[in-house]
Design a protein around this ligand. Structure first.
Ligand code: HH2
Length: 274
């Protein structure tokens, strides 16, 4: 049985799992400013858990292309109270951060997963998480959110992303992390243009074949805007379609803003799939 160990939680991956998003930021591309207040962020996280999210991902620094970095103290002040409150209420909380200092504090506050869009590349990141029991999401990106779109160059994008992710997973395993704690994520929209995103989507089975849990985040992203012509606030249906297709292509966890709709759609998929 495939599982993902996330601290006190064990996710059985024989059915797809949903990670809901709480952005405690002023500038996230789809919901910037809505949950900057900690009380509203906590309320939103509890709502997502009640709607069926298996994990609630709390982030305090936008990673949209060109986003300005947030100092560590500011990021911690945004996310730690939210992580703590949600964890205390029994929610499996993930923290979305690239900073080892924030990782350590979030682990102390009870988070069950660390989600690093930089793939635990920062000095001290592997050490910050290796000794804990939390799940770890390793995402592919080149450079930083400020610089990544200038680095969207690949020969074979699927092979390059898979090799990078497996390399980072091996670095974690070498530091003592069990394979069942690791999820890989190709990082849709991070140092990728539309053609790269489309090729990666088709290549999801190749990445899944590496033998780690596979996490996919396409929710409300620009690719879906390009396909549908819809602005960011009107991409829920496109996001649900992308989540279902990602699961059919081998994703075991989908990272989404619209949890309730995604959970319902996945129930239909499981009930009616031949
Ligand atoms: N995408 C975003 C942020 N974190 N983490 C993983 N593992 N995978 C993703 O695809 C991913 C991620 C960007 O989306 P969002 O959090 O809504 O926006 P912002 O970074 O502007 O806060």
């Amino acid at each position: 049985m495939a599982v993902l160990h996330c601290g006190a939680f064990t996710l059985d991956l024989s059915r797809p799992r949903v990670m809901g998003i709480v952005n405690v930021t002023a500038d996230s591309f789809s919901d910037g400013g809505r949950y900057l207040d900690p009380g509203r962020a906590i309320e939103h996280g509890l709502r997502l858990a009640a709607d069926g999210a298996d994990l609630v991902d709390v982030g305090g620094e936008s990673t949209r292309p060109g986003a300005a970095p947030v100092p560590e103290a500011e990021e911690a002040a945004r996310v730690i109270p939210v992580v703590e409150a949600l964890a205390r209420q029994g929610v499996a909380v993930s923290v979305d951060t690239m900073k080892p200092g924030v990782m350590r504090r979030a682990l102390d506050a009870g988070c069950a997963m660390v989600n690093d869009v930089a793939g635990f590349r920062a000095p001290g990141a592997v050490e910050a998480v290796a000794g804990a029991a939390a799940g770890l999401c390793v995402m592919h990106m080149k450079g930083t959110p400020a610089t990544m779109q200038a680095q969207a160059h690949y020969g074979d994008v699927v092979a390059e992303v898979r090799d990078y992710l497996v390399g980072r997973a091996r670095a974690l395993e070498a530091a003592g992390v069990a394979r069942e704690r690791i999820a890989l994520d190709p990082g849709f929209g991070f140092a990728k243009d539309s053609a790269h995103n489309v090729a990666l989507f088709a290549g999801l089975p190749t990445i899944a074949a590496a033998g780690y849990a596979l996490l996919v985040g396409l929710s409300r992203k620009r690719l879906l805007g390009e396909i549908t012509g819809r602005p960011v606030g009107e991409r829920a249906a496109a996001s649900v379609a992308a989540a279902l297709l990602a699961v059919q292509n081998g994703a075991s966890i989908v990272r989404v803003h619209d949890v309730r709709e995604t959970v319902d759609a996945l129930k239909v998929l499981l009930a009616l799939k031949p």
